[in-house]
Every structure is written in structure tokens, then in C-alpha cells.
Design a protein around this ligand. Structure first.
Ligand code: ATR
Length: 282
């Protein structure tokens, strides 16, 4: 029998750590699998997924900018994917793709478990309304935040996300231009891709932060540096990048595909120390 195939689809995707993470989980649990990265432009996504399924693809992770497209092509979706309107995990069942979203669970597990932070009763600002923001918003509400203010460069996308969440008392949208008038927040989540193109600056009003604020960037590596630098300059209490969430959302997907929950601490520690990763990858 051939080795079961898994992949991460994105555009670009060469930077993705998902192949390393799933390979590490597979070694740890003794499960044989092949996991590759497949660069797919949005217009070619459906055809690429069909080809992958035809070649024995059993499951896929989906990253930017394909998470909303993955939701659209899923024959069935889990409840948390439906609430997000975005899919980051696809499973091939009976010749059809089932869509799930493990981003939110991954974020909350990292923040409350690994980082030991309490999300309850926090007033939250969500910057961005793309696939990443959609993935985490329902889980943040479920984790007990008191309010979710969604601000996006294109206001109609923020409105659409607020509408989809269906909790007008807790979740609503505001204009990016009004960021200076929104008061302060005890949780600020950067779900934009603004720093992913290598542009350095991240300019937000310092008045958004308090000395109790938890600032979270869903990005990791260099893309997280500008927002976390802003958070430190604004004297936020905690500044966390998205590496832990990445490992936790991968563990959720791994469990859904293979029925085994991998231990994430060792993989997280490896990735924090990139030099070590390079050595162990060889
Ligand atoms: P992802 O899956 O990572 O969320 P996406 O769906 O392409 O990727 O969404 C990218 C997000 O980053 C969007 O909220 C986008 O804002 P728009 O909806 O207005 O495009 C946001 N974004 C990208 N570049 C930005 C910038 N320079 N400033 C502010 N927001 C930006």
C-alpha cells in the first residue's frame, strides 16, 4: 500500500512550517505519511485539489489566501468551520472534502494552555477580517471575551465577519480610520497580513493598549516582528506570536486525520530554536 498523502496548499507556501510539523508528529507517533507543500494560485485551487485527491491525497491544510475558497469547495463543514466561514483543514471522506477550522482552537489552546493566560472578560480588538481572522473569532467568543471589535482595512469585510458571528451585543465592526477613538483593549489580535510582504512599520495608536493588554500576532517569524515591536513600545503586558497557534492547529488537524493527539511541546521547542530544527531536519 502506498504512503498516505497530505499537503498544505497556499500561495505562497514555500515558507510554511507545516511539512516539518507534521513530519515531526508522524515520527513521534510512528504513523507513516507523506506531507508536502503545494503552491496554488486561487484560480487553480479547485483543479489542484482534484489532482491531489486523484493521486491519493487524504487530507490538506489550507493557508493564505485560500481559506475562504476552501470553505466554498467543502461538501460538508464542521460547526466551527461554518461559524468561521473559512476552512484550514480538509479531510477526504467518501470521495468528498470535509472542511474544518482548527485555527481558533489552536490559538486558544496556545494562549490558555502553553502561555497560561486567561482570556475571560477581556475586551478584544481584532485587526483584520480575512481567513485568519475568521478562523479565530468564534473561538475567542467561546473562550469568554466580553466584547469583540473587528477593524479591517476594507470595512465591508469587517461588517461581513461581524454579521456572520451573529452576536451583535458582543461582536461588532468599526472603521480602521477610527482606531484612535475606540478606547483601550485588554486583548489585541493582529490577523492582518500587512507585515508579510517584508514592510517593517506597524503603526497603531498607543492608546489602544493598557499595561494589562495581551497582544497576539497570528503571524510568526519576521512577519510578527513589527506588530510585537509596537506592542512592546505600547507597554503591553504580554506579546505573543503565532508559532504556538501554528503548532496547536496542526495538532488538531493531525488528531482529526490520524486519531492520535501528538505532543506539541517538543515540536514547539524545536521550532523556537530554528538552528536546531535545521540540524534535526537533516
Ligand atoms: P489570511 O488568510 O492570512 O487572513 P487574507 O484572507 O488574504 O489572508 O486576509 C488578509 C488580511 O490582512 C485582510 O484583513 C486584509 O485587509 P483587506 O481585507 O482590507 O484586504 C489585511 N491586510 C493586508 N494588508 C494590509 C495592510 N497593509 N494594512 C492593513 N490590513 C492589511
Amino acid at each position: 500500500m502506498s504512503t498516505p498523502r497530505y499537503a498544505v496548499f497556499g500561495h505562497p507556501v514555500a515558507h510554511s512550517l507545516s511539512p516539518r510539523i507534521h513530519a515531526a508528529f508522524a515520527r513521534q507517533t510512528g504513523i507513516a505519511l507523506e506531507y508536502t507543500a503545494i503552491d496554488t494560485a486561487p484560480h487553480d485551487f479547485v483543479a489542484a485539489l482534484d489532482r491531489f485527491a486523484g493521486e491519493g491525497g487524504k487530507g490538506a491544510n489550507v493557508t493564505l489566501p485560500l481559506k475562504e475558497a476552501a470553505f466554498a469547495i467543502s461538501a460538508t463543514v464542521t460547526d466551527r468551520a461554518r461559524r468561521a466561514g473559512a476552512v484550514n483543514t480538509l479531510s477526504r471522506n467518501d470521495g468528498r472534502w470535509q472542511g474544518d477550522n482548527t485555527d481558533g482552537a489552536g490559538l486558544v489552546r496556545d494562549l490558555t494552555g502553553r502561555q497560561g493566560l486567561d482570556l475571560r472578560a477581556r475586551k478584544a480588538l481584532l485587526l483584520g477580517a480575512g481567513g485568519a481572522a475568521r478562523g479565530v473569532a468564534p473561538a475567542l467568543l467561546d473562550a469568554g471575551i466580553s466584547e469583540l471589535v473587528i477593524v479591517n482595512r476594507s470595512p465591508e469585510r469587517a461588517d461581513a465577519l461581524a454579521d456572520a458571528l451573529g452576536e451583535p451585543d458582543r461582536a461588532h465592526s468599526r472603521y480602521w480610520a477610527d482606531l484612535g477613538d475606540l478606547g483601550d483593549f485588554t486583548l489585541i489580535v493582529n490577523a492582518t497580513s500587512a507585515s508579510r510582504d517584508g514592510k517593517g512599520e506597524f503603526s497603531l495608536p498607543f492608546g489602544l493598549a493598557t499595561p494589562r493588554t495581551l497582544a497576539v500576532d497570528l503571524n510568526y517569524g519576521e512577519a510578527a516582528i513589527p506588530f510585537l515591536a509596537w506592542a512592546r513600545a505600547a507597554h503591553c503586558h504580554d506579546a505573543v506570536d503565532g508559532l504556538g497557534m501554528l503548532v496547536e492547529q496542526a495538532a488538531e488537524a493531525f488528531e482529526a486525520w490520524h486519531g492520535v493527539r501528538p505532543d506539541t511541546d517538543a515540536v514547539y521547542a524545536e521550532l523556537r530554536d530554528r538552528d536546531k530544527v535545521l540540524v534535526t531536519a537533516d
